[in-house]
Design a protein around this ligand. Structure first.
Ligand code: ADP
Length: 157
């Protein structure tokens, strides 16, 4: 089976990586789809985000990284995945994620969204928190893969 894991990943955190790892164990394959959203300014450009994920997942069998634009369900269909994978950290994620999942079901009932609860020690992690820490000179090595920590230092120093 192959799961589609769509997101901004701006940048990838250890929480995202944990979800990719567990998705691989559960489903055999994870297609990480990095959102190209012209309306949303991203800190890292698309190529950088794809490189960061490819490097951090190079040791994992069954992971592919692509970019996508537009509807998640169209990306799912084009790439012949079996399901959509998303993560849940806290109640604050729940409302938004449920809305997305319902919307995707109304667009294409072929695709179920499967949620994995984050590991408790990653539940505080978000791309924006990581950037805030890096912007103020804090260490991010315990929050993101090494390559991303390096990119963050380069960006904010
Ligand atoms: P989006 O902009 O689509 O929400 P994100 O890159 O912020 O993209 O997140 C992609 C997915 O990963 C979402 O389902 C989000 O809930 C999940 N996620 C984000 N951070 C974590 C984390 N620390 N642990 C587990 N899942 C997470």
């Amino acid at each position: 089976m192959k799961a589609l894991y769509p997101g901004s990943f701006d940048p990838l955190t250890l929480g995202h990586l944990d979800l990719i790892n567990r998705g691989c164990d559960l489903f055999g394959g994870v297609l990480v789809a990095v959102l190209k959203n012209p309306e949303k300014h991203s800190t890292f450009d698309l190529e950088t985000r794809i490189r960061q994920i490819s490097e951090a997942t190079a040791h994992l069998k069954g992971v592919e990284v692509i970019s996508f634009e537009g509807l998640t369900v169209n990306c799912a269909k084009q790439n012949k995945v079996d399901l959509i994978l998303r993560g849940l950290r806290a109640m604050s994620d729940f409302e938004y994620e449920l809305q997305l999942a319902h919307t995707n079901r109304t667009l294409d009932a072929d695709y179920e969204t499967v949620f994995l609860a984050t590991e408790a020690h990653h539940s505080f992690l978000s791309s924006s928190v990581v950037k805030e820490v890096a912007r103020h000179g804090g260490e991010t090595e315990h929050m993101v893969p090494q390559g991303v920590a390096k990119d963050l230092r380069r960006l904010f120093n």
